[in-house]
Design a protein around this ligand. Structure first.
Ligand SMILES: [Zn+2]
Length: 111
């Protein structure tokens, strides 16, 4: 008696016998229900794949979300840096303008 319930369909037994006599090859069980279709190149990938075998596109929604979040955070970091640099440049430009003004005033005083 089996330790736990197992449903053995006729086709299972048939498969087992055919495999035993090398009449049926062990094909990779690629379920259409659980396969992932690449959104980029439309090729079919097995459910355990995170990236498309053909084009490398991210297949896992969770992974795609993580990547998107990382990208957004990187973009916001870049924006912050750009703002910082632009503020510094503005400061330097106004300092230069002040110095030029001072130099002009000094030159004018000497005349
Ligand atoms: Zn693909």
């Amino acid at each position: 008696m089996l330790a736990h319930y197992e449903h053995l369909a006729n086709s299972d037994q048939e498969d087992a016998v055919l495999k035993l006599h090398n009449l049926k090859k062990d094909e990779p069980q690629e379920s259409i229900l659980f396969s992932k279709i690449c959104t980029s190149c439309k090729s079919r990938n097995t459910s355990d794949q995170s990236y498309c075998m053909k084009c490398g596109n991210v297949l896992s929604k969770q992974l795609a979300k993580i990547r998107e979040a990382r990208k957004e955070s990187r973009n916001s970091d870049v924006k912050k840096l750009e703002q910082k640099v632009s503020r510094k440049i503005n400061n330097i430009e106004s300092l230069l303008a002040e110095q030029q003004k001072l130099i002009r005033e000094l030159v004018d005083e000497r005349k």
